[in-house]
Structure formats: C-alpha cells, structure tokens
Design a protein around this ligand. Structure first.
Ligand code: G3P
Ligand code: MG
Length: 248
C-alpha cells in the first residue's frame, strides 16, 4: 500500500493555509486527501482555521469563538500570505464539504478542541459529514482525547485518530482505549518499530509535517500509512521516485 499524501491545511506553503486557493492547489497537485483544522464560531458554525485567535492569519484581532460566521467572513485571510490572495475569506466546514463533494479526495478533519473545548462541536461536525455523505472518506483527529471518545461513542464505525507530539509510554494501548484506529504523530517521533508494533494491533501510524524530500523518502521507506505535507506536489514527485526505485 502506498503512503497516503494529505495536504496539510491545503497546499499551505503555496497559498494561505486552510483557504480555498490552498485546497484547490492541493487537489490540482494530485494529493490523495486534505487535512484541515476546525474551530467553532460564536453562532456554532464550524470553520476551517488553525489558531483560536484570528491575529496571525487575518487582518482582524480576537478569538474565533467571539465572532459570528458572518462577521468572520468580512476578514481577509489571504493578504497576510501575499498580495495575490487579498480578499480570500475564511471557509465554513459546510462550504468546504460542498466544494469537496464531487472530488475523489480523502478528508482529515482535525478538531481543535485542545485549547478551547467547543461545546457540541463533535455532534455538529458529525451531522455535516452525514449530510454530505462523507463519513466513509473522513478521519477525525484531535489532540483532545475527549473529542475522540465522544466521536467514537456517537459512531463506533467512524475512523478517528489520536494526535500527539509526545511519545507516551503506552501510546498504542492508549489509542486503542480511545476507540481510535490511528496515531497521527509528529515526524521526529515516528520510527519503523512504532509502525510495526501498531500494525500488529490494527492501528495505523501517520506523521506530520513532512516537507523535505529526504524526510518524505524516510516515511515511504518505513511504510508510514500517511503523511501530512505543506507541499503536496513535492510529496507526490518523491513518492513516484520511491515507487520506481522499488520496482527496479
Ligand atoms: O493533523 C496534523 C497536524 O495538523 C497537527 O498539528 O498544529 O499543524 O494542526 P497542527
Ligand atoms: Mg492540523
């Protein structure tokens, strides 16, 4: 099985993260899937945004949870990246699902509930996935184990993954206890032994964020289930080189 390539926040080195231009570039690059982050607005609308605060990637200030979706849409989420993206707006999850609905793309929705445990975000996201018939193409991940437990209880058939940037002593068992099917781990912590041990327990291992060809090659060699990259076209080119070398 080839390593799955997810565009991390879209093609986020080429266009402003978590915006339509970044997702379109990821799709055009041939990425297998898209990873995106979800926060909740004051009026309970899930939006695609990495930080809790809008300061870093928009022309606004303050927290997502203090804005209605309508107010958020007035912010510019592209100008910080480059003048080519002036007037790019923040997307709701629903707008994104509508865009992705006719595309053959996998989806990794990361619930950003580790800083602010947004009320009912799990239920709201789940219902949208049902509405757009995307449950079978989606992995829900989170650094917050409670979000994963809630999701798993809501629908034990849903694929969930535990996100971590630390190596817990008993990471594989911990992941299983959450009902999760995967571990999404920081790239410096991934190794072949973890991947093989996890595989024996029917747990897959994916890793973030992998941009350099040498790092990508290593992930392909140790048979990571998936990688998250800001540069999907580089990951695809490198994967093609890797596959050709194995066949020869
Ligand atoms: O889902 C992988 C990765 O996105 C987790 O970290 O901070 O980039 O959302 P972050
Ligand atoms: Mg993320």
């Amino acid at each position: 099985m080839k390593t799955i390539i997810y565009a991390h926040r879209g093609a986020s080195k080429q266009a402003p993260e978590n915006t339509l231009p970044a997702f379109e570039l990821a799709y055009e690059s041939g990425a297998d899937g898209i990873e995106t982050d979800i926060q909740l607005t004051k009026d309970g609308i899930p939006v695609l945004f990495h930080d809790e605060n809008v300061r870093r990637t928009t022309n606004g200030t303050g927290f997502i949870q203090d804005y209605t979706f309508k107010e958020l849409q007035r912010l510019d989420a592209g100008a910080w990246f480059s003048n080519n993206y002036i007037n790019t707006s923040i997307l709701s999850l629903e707008q994104f699902l509508s865009w992705i609905s006719n595309k053959n793309l996998l989806l990794n929705l990361e619930l950003k509930t580790n800083v602010i445990p947004y009320k009912h975000i799990e239920q709201i996201v789940y219902e949208l996935l049902v509405k757009y018939d995307k449950l079978r193409h989606t992995v829900i991940s989170s650094f917050n184990p409670n979000s994963l437990l809630k999701m798993h209880r809501m629908d034990p058939t849903l694929t969930t993954a535990f996100l971590t940037s630390n190596k817990k002593v008993d990471l594989i068992n911990y992941t299983k206890q959450l009902g999760a099917k995967g571990i999404h781990i920081k790239n410096r912590l991934v190794n072949e032994s973890l991947i093989n041990k996890a595989k024996q327990e029917n747990i897959y291992v994916a890793t973030y964020t992998v941009n350099r060809p040498s790092q990508l090659m290593r992930c392909y060699k140790i048979r990571c289930h998936a990688i998250f990259t800001d540069l999907p076209y580089v990951a695809i080119e490198t994967r093609e080189l890797f596959e050709q070398n194995i066949i020869q």
